[in-house]
Design a protein around this ligand. Structure first.
Ligand code: F0G
Length: 451
C-alpha cells in the first residue's frame, strides 16, 4: 500500500510510558541558577523535553527487551555475541567484529595501533572524541569538508561530502604512506548532513589507488543510507539496507557507536577486514574493555544491539524519522528561527549567531538561547559554538537532537511553539560570561552568568 498522507505518524504504538515533569517557570529559573547556566548540570528530572543528544537516549522495542531476557551472559563465546557478529557481518561485510562499550572505545583501540606520531587522518569532519583519540595517539587530524558545508543556506543535498580536490592535494603534499581516512556518516559536527554514494566511491577510488586505509565512523549509517535513497540520483528504487550494505563495502573497516542507529542505550563495535589489525585490536580490547566476545558489554547489550541494527533499516521507521526532523526544521523556519538547511539526519541546528546578532561570540549567543529555551519551555538542547570550541568555533549553533522513538509529533509542535514565544522577545536576550571553567572540554562543566 502506498502511504501518501501528509500527516506524519509514528510507525509504532506505545506500550510502556514514562511521565514528564512539568515545572513552573520559577522552578525552572531556580534549577538553571543552581546549574550555573549550564544545562549539563541540570538533573534530568528538571527537564521536560531532553534534546541534548540522540546518543544512548533511544527507546527500545519489545523485541529488543525480549532479546535481553533471553541473552546469554557467558564470559566467553556467548550466544549473544555470535548473534551480533552475524548481524554486523551481514550488514557490513567485515569479517572481524569487535564489540566495545561505546564508539570512543573503538576509536581509542583503532588509533592506538594505526595512529601515532607522523600519521595524518583526513576526514569530512571528525567528531570531537574521534579527533581527540587521534590526537592523543600523536597523529594529526584534518577536516576537509566541502565548501557548501559551511554555507548554511545552500540547498546542496550532500553537505557531509569530503572535498576530493583537497584530499588529492594532501596526498601530493604529504605522500600517501602517512595518510588514513575517516568518513563520518552522517556528519554530526556540521549539521547531521549525509555523504553521497558518489562521494564515497570517489574517496574509495583515491584511497585504493594510493593504498590509504579508509574507515567509516558509521554511528548514523541508516540515516545516511535513507538520505541517499531520498536525494541521490538513481537510488530511489533501492532499499536503505542495500544502500547501507554498499556504503560499508567501500571501506576497510568501520567504527560504530551503537548508541545512535544501533537503537540501544549502550554499546558499539569496530569491524575490520584485515586479520593483523583485528589481532592488534583484540589485544588492546582485552587490556581495557574485556574478552573479545563481549568487549565491555553484557550479553543482553549485545543482543539488543543485534536486534537494533535490524530494526533501524525499516523503511517506515526511517521515513518517519527523517520527515519528523524536517517537519521540526520547517516549523522553526516558519516561526522566524534560522536553521542550518537542509535538515539532515538526527537533529535540527539553529543558527543562534544569526538569530541573536546583538550578542558577540565571546558572550555565547547559542548558550544564551539554550538557557532561554529551557526557561521558556523546559527544553534542553546543546550549544555547539564558542563555549564548546572557543576561538576555533566555526559557527554559533544550538543543536536540537532528537532521541529515536522517544518523542511524538505533538512534542515537535510544542518545540516549535516555544521557539515562537522566544522569537517575540528575541531582542531582549542578553549574553553570558564565564565565571569558572576548566581548560579542556569546558562546556561540560563551566559555570556562567548573564552579563
Ligand atoms: N562518532 C560520532 C559521529 C558521534 O556523534 C559520536 C557521539 C561518537 C563517534 C562517539 O560515540 O558517544 O558512543 O562514544 N556523539 C554523541 C553526540 C555524544 O551527542 O553527538 P560514543
Amino acid at each position: 500500500m502506498a502511504w501518501n498522507y501528509r500527516t506524519i505518524i509514528e510507525p509504532f504504538k506505545i506500550k510502556s510510558v514514562e511521565p514528564l515533569p512539568f515545572l513552573s517557570r520559577g522552578q525552572r529559573q531556580r534549577a538553571l541558577e543552581r546549574a550555573g547556566w549550564n544545562l549539563f548540570h541540570l538533573p534530568a528530572s528538571r527537564v521536560l523535553l531532553d534534546l541534548l543528544t540522540d546518543s544512548g537516549t533511544n527507546a527500545m522495542s519489545g523485541m529488543q527487551w525480549a532479546g535481553m531476557m533471553q541473552a546469554d551472559e557467558s564470559y566467553a563465546g556467548a550466544r549473544s555475541f555470535f548473534r551480533l557478529e552475524k548481524a554486523v557481518r551481514e550488514l557490513t561485510g567485515f569479517r572481524y567484529v569487535i564489540p566495545v562499550h561505546q564508539g570512543r572505545a573503538a576509536e581509542r583501540i583503532l588509533f592506538s595501533f594505526l595512529g601515532g606520531r607522523g600519521k595524518i587522518v583526513l576526514s569530512n569532519t571528525l567528531f570531537d572524541t574521534t579527533r581527540a583519540n587521534i590526537e592523543f595517539s600523536g597523529a594529526r587530524a584534518v577536516d576537509l569538508p566541502i565548501r557548501e558545508a559551511l554555507d548554511f543556506d545552500s540547498p546542496y543535498p550532500f553537505k557531509g561530502n569530503l572535498d576530493l580536490q583537497a584530499f588529492r592535494q594532501w596526498i601530493r603534499r604529504h605522500g600517501a604512506s602517512r595518510l588514513l581516512c575517516v568518513v563520518t556518516l552522517t556528519n554530526n559536527s556540521l549539521g547531521g548532513q549525509p555523504v553521497s554514494l558518489q562521494n564515497l566511491k570517489g574517496i574509495r577510488a583515491l584511497c585504493r589507488r594510493h593504498g590509504i586505509a579508509l574507515f567509516l565512523d558509521a554511528a548514523r549509517f541508516a540515516e545516511n543510507a535513507y538520505l541517499i535513497k531520498l536525494r541521490e540520483r538513481g537510488q530511489q528504487r533501492r532499499t536503505s539496507r542495500e544502500i547501507a550494505r554498499q556504503m560499508f563495502r567501500l571501506a576497510d573497516g568501520c567504527l560504530v557507536s551503537g548508541k545512535k542507529d544501533g537503537l540501544v542505550n549502550m554499546g558499539g563495535f569496530l569491524a575490520l577486514h584485515n586479520p593483523q589489525w583485528a589481532q592488534q585490536a583484540r589485544n588492546m580490547l582485552i587490556l581495557t574493555e574485556g574478552f573479545p566476545t563481549y568487549g565491555g558489554l553484557a550479553g543482553r547489550d549485545l543482543e539488543a544491539l543485534a536486534q537494533g541494527l535490524e530494526e533501524v533499516l525499516d523503511e517506515e521507521y526511517l521515513k518517519y524519522r527523517i520527515r519528523s526532523i524536517e517537519y521540526l526544521g520547517m516549523g522553526l523556519l516558519r516561526a522566524g528561527i534560522p536553521i542550518l538547511r537542509p535538515t539532515g539526519g538526527h537533529a535540527v541546528y539553529v543558527d543562534a549567531g544569526r538569530l541573536l546578532p546583538q550578542i558577540p561570540r565571546h558572550r555565547f549567543p547559542a548558550q544564551a538561547l539554550a538557557c532561554h529555551l529551557y526557561l521558556e519551555g523546559g527544553i534542553r538542547a546543546v550549544e555547539i559554538g564558542s563555549l564548546m570550541f572557543g576561538r576555533k568555533a566555526r559557527a554559533e549553533l544550538l543543536r536540537l537532537a532528537i532521541p529515536r522513538r522517544v518523542y511524538t509529533q505533538s512534542h515537535m509542535d510544542y518545540v516549535i511553539e516555544v521557539f515562537s514565544r522566544i522569537h517575540r522577545k528575541i531582542h531582549r536576550i542578553r549574553g553570558l560570561r564565564i565565571l569558572e571553567a576548566p581548560r579542556v572540554l569546558r562546556h561540560f562543566s563551566a559555570r556562567l552568568r548573564w552579563v
